[in-house]
Design a protein around this ligand. Structure first.
Ligand code: ADP
Ligand code: MG
Length: 263
């Protein structure tokens, strides 16, 4: 049995339709379809090189797709209306669509010459036109929420990896995104620092009307956190379902062998 229930969702907040991405001869995403419901928490799992990060990068429009369509809230991100049909999106159109999405990467990507507060306040000033004072008030509140009220004036080098990653989460949230993307956000951390970051993510899931997509190798967390697990193999989602379905009773041979190896 392959690919049970490509769950169709009414008015999804994110829709990938036949999305294909190639690097030279390599097809990294292969006509991929995926609908994500508002406020849904989705974990993307699968072997290294199967296309999980590429999917998130395409949603952030970090690069163009080769075929297909990506929509956010019913608005095509990759294409826009023109000449009676959809044409390739302009940079401005992409920027506007992307502004609803926040992303946190494996390697924090903080500005080293800015304090935690300045890092988290920078986006709202630069991209949303908030005053420095308004942006810093928003940033301070978010840093408090991720447990860093006493670190506002610290530079990244003065913070642990877990603290830096929490600054990165606060920085993404400062843009008030509807959708948050997390790409292996704990894999650069020592095991004892993963918990504090996962706790922040867990609370975000509870407190906010946020749709979340997370690439993770931590199956225990995926199981507890996600409404839906999507298993990737070679640029396709070969199996998806609830954590109970995918972890408890995987159908596809590749899911079974992957889970045997990692759990
Ligand atoms: P995953 O996140 O599942 O480990 P990725 O999405 O990072 O996988 O990568 C999927 C495939 O695409 C890999 O084979 C990777 O080497 C390739 N790839 C990713 N980015 C590039 C790029 N910029 N140029 C060429 N190949 C790439
Ligand atoms: Mg990856």
């Amino acid at each position: 049995m392959t690919n049970p229930l490509p769950s169709s969702v009414d008015s999804p907040i994110v829709r990938f339709q036949g999305v294909t991405k190639r690097y030279g001869p390599l097809t990294v995403l292969d006509a991929l379809d995926l609908d994500i419901a508002r406020n849904e928490k989705v974990a993307l799992i699968g072997p290294s090189g199967s296309g999980k990060s590429t999917l998130l990068r395409m949603l952030m429009l970090l690069e163009d797709i080769d075929d297909g369509l990506i929509e956010v809230d019913g608005r095509p991100l990759t294409h826009m209306p023109g000449n009676g049909s959809l044409v390739r999106a302009s940079e401005r159109w992409k920027r506007e669509g992307r502004s609803r999405i926040g992303m946190v990467f494996q390697n924090f990507n903080l500005f080293p010459h800015m304090t935690a507060l300045e890092n988290a306040a920078e986006g709202p000033v630069a991209a949303l036109g908030l005053s420095k004072k308004e942006a810093q008030a928003r940033a301070a509140e978010l840093l408090e929420r991720v447990g860093l009220a006493d670190k506002l004036d610290h530079y990244p080098a003065q913070l642990s990896g877990g603290q830096q990653q929490r600054v990165a989460i606060a920085r993404a949230l400062a843009m008030r995104p509807q959708i948050m993307l997390f790409d292996e956000v704990t894999s650069a951390l020592d095991p004892e620092l993963c918990g504090e970051v996962l706790n922040v993510i867990r609370h975000l899931g509870d407190e906010h009307d946020l749709t979340m997509l997370m690439v993770t190798h931590q199956m225990g967390f995926a199981k507890e956190f996600a409404d839906r697990i999507c298993f990737f193999s070679e640029g396709k989602i070969v199996e998806q379902g609830t954590p109970e379905q995918v972890f408890g009773n995987p159908q596809h041979e590749r899911t079974q062998s992957f889970l045997r190896a990692v759990m």
